[in-house]
Design a protein around this ligand. Structure first.
Ligand SMILES: Nc1ncnc2c1ncn2[C@@H]1O[C@H](COP(=O)(O)OP(=O)(O)O)[C@@H](O)[C@H]1O
Ligand SMILES: [Mg+2]
Length: 221
């Protein structure tokens, strides 16, 4: 039995700039990601990986075209519903972690739950244990190594139990051994059922994934 298509893309175009300055940076006719897949989005710097990931996660909107999530088209007009969609369905991980330096590790993990009120502390501590950071909940991000900071970011991405993890160059700031540890963690999450999409120009990361989607000049080849 085929698993369900979680994300589908139809004729997605992203143009930056207007008039004579307009540049088409993304032109994806079709793309499907099924529930439970571990997919690498690969290609050279500037090919459009981040642009595509940001569109899939509703951090940005396409110039034209549709993205379907669980068979439904994003309601792009309504910022409140987009915000809820991102919070409930998507976990983001970035190359440079994007942690808040003045907050403890635990409070960083809890930030996605801030609009929802209390009751997530126990789950956050469980997630810190899952990512190998038990006992470090009271530290500040600056006291941690890069790999540990990325683990905090992964725990944060998991807090509200998203359907999919979108990771943009998650190992890009890390040495190869630390990066391999982060990839092992993403693979473990995938084996537990999470759908994971990793944008990377690192072939070592890509070959750990079930499927590679290769991009060149804004297109999938
Ligand atoms: N806000 C923007 N305005 C104009 N051009 C942009 C913007 N963001 C990205 N680009 C351009 O879009 C192309 C794709 O960029 P990006 O998606 O970041 O590629 P990748 O993540 O594969 O390195 C690049 O040519 C980049 O310069
Ligand atoms: Mg990028």
């Amino acid at each position: 039995m085929q698993t369900e298509v979680l994300i589908a893309v139809k004729n997605l175009i992203k143009i930056y700039g207007k008039g004579t300055l307009a540049v088409k940076v993304l032109d994806v006719k079709s793309l499907e990601v099924r529930r439970g897949e571990l997919v690498a989005l690969t290609g050279p710097s500037g090919c459009g990986k981040t642009t595509l990931l940001n569109l899939l996660g509703a951090l940005d909107s396409p110039t034209t075209g549709d993205i379907l999530f669980e068979g439904k088209i994003f309601a792009l007009k309504n910022e409140a519903s987009l915000c809820r969609f991102r919070r409930e369905k998507i976990g983001f991980i970035f190359q440079s972690y994007h942690l808040i330096p003045t907050l403890s590790v635990l409070k960083n993990v809890l930030t996605p739950a801030l609009p929802l009120g209390k009751g997530y502390r126990r789950h956050a501590l469980e997630l810190l244990e899952l990512v190998g950071l038990a006992g470090k909940e009271d530290r500040r991000p600056g006291m941690l190594s890069g790999g540990e900071q990325q683990r905090v970011a992964i725990a944060r991405a998991l807090l509200l139990e998203p359907e999919v993890i979108l990771a943009d160059e998650p190992t890009g700031n890390l040495d190869s051994a630390t990066g391999a540890g982060i990839m092992d963690l993403l693979k473990k999450l995938n084996q537990q059922g999470k759908t994971v999409l990793v944008a990377t120009h690192d072939q070592r990361v890509a070959k750990e994934c079930d499927r590679n989607i290769r991009m060149v000049d804004g297109r999938i080849i």
